[in-house]
Design a protein around this ligand. Structure first.
Ligand SMILES: [Zn+2]
Length: 138
């Protein structure tokens, strides 16, 4: 299932990055999932809760924000958000470019202990659907 392989890739990345930072655990994962990413949020949550066991994310809270498709017109420069897939501006007829909503963004918070003090790190990364598929099918 699509969501399962994406969650698996997400958890692997979290492990890697936590290791880099000597983080002891990840507390919160915030995902922004684009409406065009093809991800079912319900399935994504189930997959996350299934796979997080035994990983550095086992106690992490998952927060998912849905991102509508954000488009910008090449002709009249207008920007707007929509839930529909459209490619032509209905004002001027020019081509619409996607600014946001196609990919998955993750914001991860984790705690690491440095000289007895807890330090919180926030990182943001973008997982494009294509990039993930390339990774998992390798
Ligand atoms: Zn336009």
């Amino acid at each position: 299932m699509h969501e399962y392989s994406i969650v698996q890739a997400l958890l692997n990345q979290c492990e890697d990055i936590a290791k880099e930072h000597n983080a002891t655990k990840i507390e919160k994962i915030v995902c922004k999932i684009g409406i065009m990413s093809g991800i079912e949020i319900h399935l994504f949550e189930i997959a996350f809760n299934t796979f997080k066991e035994g990983t550095i994310c086992s106690e992490a809270r998952l927060i998912i924000n849905r991102q509508d498709l954000k488009l910008k017109c090449e002709g009249c420069d207008r920007e707007f958000e929509t839930k529909e897939i459209i490619s032509i501006c209905d004002v001027c007829g020019d081509v619409l470019n996607t600014i946001d909503g196609e990919d998955i963004y993750l914001m991860r918070f984790w705690e690491m202990t440095l000289m007895g003090e807890s330090v919180y790190i926030l990182e943001m990364l973008k997982l494009s659907n294509r990039g993930l598929n390339d990774n998992t099918n390798r």
